[in-house]
Each structure stands twice: as C-alpha cells, then as structure tokens.
Design a protein around this ligand. Structure first.
Ligand code: UTP
Length: 288
C-alpha cells in the first residue's frame, strides 16, 4: 500500500553567496519575484500538491522566513481598521494551519544532503517532498503536483528533470537513464555535478523531489561528495535498485532564482503572466 504524500521539507539554510550583499542580513528565500517571496511560492505549490505538513530547515539569520507565515497582529488589525480589503487579501497566502509548520536548524551548512538529514524526525517513516525555493517553475499544473501524481503511478522515488546544455552538467545532479517513455524515465544512476565529458546524460535534476524515507539512512553516513559537501544526490543514488526511481520531465519552465540572471528572467516571466502588470512590463521592455 502506497502511503499518502503529506509532508514537505524546504531546505533554506544555504548561505546565498551569489546574492551578496542582498543576502547579508536577509535569507535568499525572502527575495520577492514580483510581490511574493520565493518561500511563499514554494509553500503554495506544495499545498496545491496535497502537502499538509511543512518543515523548513533553517540556519542563522533566517527568522524572517518563520515570521512570514505567522500572524502579523498589528499589521492585520490596522488594515482591518482602515478597511484595506485588497491588502488583507494579499496576506491570505501567508496563513498556515496552526501546528502545520515546523523548523529545524542546520547549525553548519554542510550540504543539501545534510540539510535533509536534519529533518529526519519530521520525516519519520513517511514519503516526503523536497522543494528548493530558489527553483521556481511557471507551469499549468504546479510542478510538485505533477510529481505527486507520478508517485501515485510508480509508487517510488520521483525527481523532476530537464535537459540542460551539455556544457552545464557540472552545475547539476545528472541522471544515468534507463527505460524512457519520453515523460517518465527510469533512473539507473545519479551523479552530482559531473564534468561534461563524464556526464552519463544531459538530463538534470531540478529542485523538486518525492523521496522515500529510506534515503535518510544513507545520508546518515555523512559521506562527503562533490564540493566536500554531503550531497543529497549521493544518498538518493543508494536507493536505486531497491526501490522504484524515476525522473519526470515536468511540464513548465524552470527559473534558477539562486542565480542573478535566472532571478531577473523570473521577474519578467512572472510579471508578464500577471494581467495587472503585463502591459506595463511589455511597454518598458520595448523601451530597453
Ligand atoms: P545552493 O547550492 O543554491 O547554495 O543550495 P546556497 O548557499 O543557497 O547559495 P549560493 O550558491 O551560496 O549562492 C541549494 C539549496 O539547498 C539549501 C539552500 O538553502 C538552497 O535551498 N542548502 C544548501 C541548505 O539548506 N544547506 C546547505 O548546507 C546547503
């Protein structure tokens, strides 16, 4: 019997060095795309996939991420008093069910695999999703919902994948592929950041995963991989052969918002998708 997918882990303990100085005193995941912080896009996407329990893996200086999903009593009382209906409406997506969001601390950023291992008590024996909030996906069906449906179909691990130019394989986790129906592809191996010449394919993992809890046992060994970090990719690779493991070519466009150019492109794409902003943005883009 497949266990239902109800839990998501959101690792937000990275240093965000590519966005300094913006991220000196503020978490990268609080950077807004148009008018919403990256973390809120991730929480809304998770909710749309049926997730009910959230665990943010945070680090020092990340308190704003927690505050964002709390009740801002003074602000809300003032808005109500002034009858600012639209502004109150804008806060709706920041409300979470009491008790549905927990945080754990990753005291030292030892890598994404280590961050996930820090959430082991939250994960317990259940399947869980991972969303990296700096990967933003613009799509018809929310990306994690597509993965959750694929989990229903396959009953095992599923990661969202996309083809990348071969010269960029050293930036991502890359698949060694088996049977491939053009949408779902069987994963036979996983390598973190291989040099283009060594990459087994150009199919890369983006920041959306549905994993089985057994990955934690592998991460617990704290083996260091690429960049001397505890890599999630290496932990996942150990599951291959004992559990179903697939890559899903999701429908949608991914923006790497951890990177300056990707972040700027996301601003434009998300603004153009907004009826209240599209015309204004199109007009100024012409000007430049
Ligand atoms: P990145 O590779 O983007 O690293 O992490 P980063 O530190 O956030 O940013 P840069 O490269 O210094 O600019 C990918 C994801 O993994 C999380 C990050 O918060 C991000 O969501 N992460 C990474 C952790 O939570 N802990 C870690 O030790 C490393």
């Amino acid at each position: 019997m497949k266990k239902p997918l109800r839990k998501a882990v959101l690792p937000v303990a990275g240093l965000g060095t590519r966005f300094l100085p913006a991220t000196k005193a503020m978490a990268k995941e609080m950077l807004p795309v148009v008018d919403k912080p990256l973390i809120q896009y991730a929480i809304e996407e998770a909710r749309a996939a049926g997730i009910e329990q959230f665990c943010m893996v945070t680090g020092r200086g990340k308190t704003a991420l927690v505050e964002h999903f709390d009740i801002a009593f003074e602000l809300e009382a003032t808005l109500r008093q002034r009858n600012r209906v639209e502004a109150m409406e804008a806060l709706k997506g920041t409300q979470v069910e009491p008790g549905s969001m927990v945080t754990v601390r990753q005291q030292v950023p030892l890598g994404l695999g280590h961050a996930i291992w820090c959430a082991r008590a939250f994960i317990g024996d259940d399947p869980f999703a991972i969303l990296l909030p700096d990967d933003l996906v613009l799509s018809q069906t929310p990306c994690l919902k597509q993965l959750a449906d694929a989990y229903q179909e396959t009953g095992g691990n599923v990661v969202a994948v996309v083809e990348v130019p071969r010269e960029h394989t050293n930036r991502y986790g890359i698949l060694k592929t088996g049977a491939d129906d053009g949408r779902l592809v069987e994963v036979q191996g996983l390598v973190e950041k291989p040099a283009p010449a060594d990459a087994p394919s150009n199919l890369s993992i983006i920041g959306r995963y549905v994993l089985m809890p057994e990955v934690i046992g592998h991460l617990a060994k704290m083996e260091r991989g690429a960049g001397n970090e505890v890599q999630l990719t290496d932990g996942m690779a150990k599951l291959i052969g004992s559990q179903p493991f697939h890559g899903l070519r999701y429908e949608g466009t991914r923006f790497d918002c951890g990177d300056k150019a990707g972040f700027l492109e996301a601003q434009i794409a998300f603004a153009l998708a907004r009826p209240d902003l599209a015309d204004a943005v199109r007009a100024f883009l012409k000007k430049y």
